[in-house]
Design a protein around this ligand. Structure first.
Ligand SMILES: NC(=O)c1ccc[n+]([C@@H]2O[C@H](COP(=O)([O-])OP(=O)(O)OC[C@H]3O[C@@H](n4cnc5c(N)ncnc54)[C@H](O)[C@@H]3O)[C@@H](O)[C@H]2O)c1
Length: 342
């Protein structure tokens, strides 16, 4: 495999490699407080053991709140963390989203980095400097754009990841392929779930390709004024599903959202039916049930209140082929008509 280290504008390094080895190289010589969750402490205690200060949070989307962030702020104060303290988030997207937010707000911002422990975190959540928390069920309503100094993606840690969580990460990797890397899509399309689960070389390649596309897009449009919006493919309806139902995790909701976006693209004359069928077939073959557990009428209600809805319109990301997509501004009424046509 080629270079396993990428960066965003020279500011945020993303390294695919062994976490303990890379941390020895990347961590600054200062006090480090690790933020993680109970599953990581149980399955990968070796990652947290070197640190005198470890703050553990609960698990699941319901802990990604201002209350959890505030409890970490208080714990940092109690332990005397100061502006020179480095915060290390060790975990999946929930831990890194919260740890990045806490680091961005504690004492107006302290340095931070991540060890990303889930496939979803490796290919998407830990990379790119978006962090934040949900408020009253509204996804990622409060947060900042702020780059971690480094992200270590260690695919060996997936050995303890439940199949369901591993599969969730494949949805985001597939999304990345649809957005801008047809070969990434094809590599996933041509593999069985079992192969992806067990072949480290294949998953390393998928992580690397996903990180390469994401760091390139974020490097060009860090604060999502334009091109970065493409990374939200499948998320308009994915977030709506997460808001209305607890039955799907983030990746599963994105999988269902991807299929809705692909079908809308076909209806809009942007995407060939054959490409849409490839997306659906791949999702089903990987073990997803990409059908929203929530009726479309309820999803549309949730989309109306999404933070990305502006002045009665929404920017919808629609695939135009495997490997390309475009962002269209649609009125909420037009979106409703499109949804009714599905
Ligand atoms: N900031 C961004 O740009 C961005 C992008 C995509 C997704 N996200 C966010 O990421 C979150 C989802 O992240 P996720 O899918 O990583 O979920 P997660 O952090 O909840 O992790 C999934 C589960 O696996 C456990 N776990 C993590 N690593 C493990 C390991 N190596 N072995 C065993 N168990 C392990 C966790 O404790 C948790 O129970 C969502 O809140 C989503 O909104 C953020």
């Amino acid at each position: 495999m080629e270079n396993r280290e990428l960066d965003i504008d020279g500011r945020s390094r993303v390294v695919v490699g062994d976490a303990q080895h890379e941390l020895a190289r990347l961590l600054p010589e200062c006090r480090v407080v690790a933020i993680s969750d109970g599953n990581i402490d149980r399955c990968h205690h070796e990652l947290l053991a070197p640190f005198a200060d470890v703050i553990l949070i609960g698990t699941g989307e319901t802990v990604k709140t201002l209350e959890t962030a505030a409890s970490i702020h208080r714990e940092l104060i109690r332990r005397g963390a100061d502006r020179a303290t480095f915060l290390l988030g060790v975990g999946g997207g929930i831990v890194t989203d919260i740890a990045g937010f806490v680091a961005s707000t504690y004492m107006r911002g302290v340095r931070f980095g991540f060890v990303s422990t889930t496939l979803l975190g490796n290919v998407d959540a830990s990379v790119g400097g978006k962090n934040g928390v949900n408020v009253d069920g509204f996804k990622n309503m409060v947060g900042t754009f702020n780059q971690p100094q480094f992200v270590v993606c260690d695919t060996s840690l997936f050995a303890t990841l439940p199949d369901r969580e591993f599969r969730a990460g494949l949805a985001e990797a597939l999304k990345t392929g649809i957005i801008g890397d047809a070969e990434l899509f094809e590599r996933i399309e041509r593999s069985t779930f079992a192969e992806l689960r067990t072949r480290r070389d294949r998953i390393d390649e998928i992580v690397m390709r996903s990180v390469r596309l994401k760091t390139a897009i974020v490097g060009r449009d860090e604060c999502e004024h334009g091109e970065r919006r493409k990374l939200n493919l499948g998320h308009t309806f994915g977030h709506a599903i997460e808001k209305c139902s607890r039955t799907m995790n983030h990746g599963e909701a994105v999988a269902a959202g991807l299929l809705i976006a692909a079908r809308m693209a076909v209806r809009s004359g942007l995407l060939a039916q054959a490409a849409c069928s490839r997306i659906e077939d791949t999702l089903v073959r990987l073990g997803f049930d990409p059908v929203s557990p929530v009726p479309m009428s309820q999803l549309l209600e949730a989309v109306r209140s999404d933070k990305k809805a502006e002045d009665g319109s929404i920017r919808l990301v629609l695939p135009t082929a495997i490997g390309s997509c475009e962002v269209r501004r649609l009125s909420l009424d037009a979106l409703e008509r499109l949804a009714e046509s599905l």
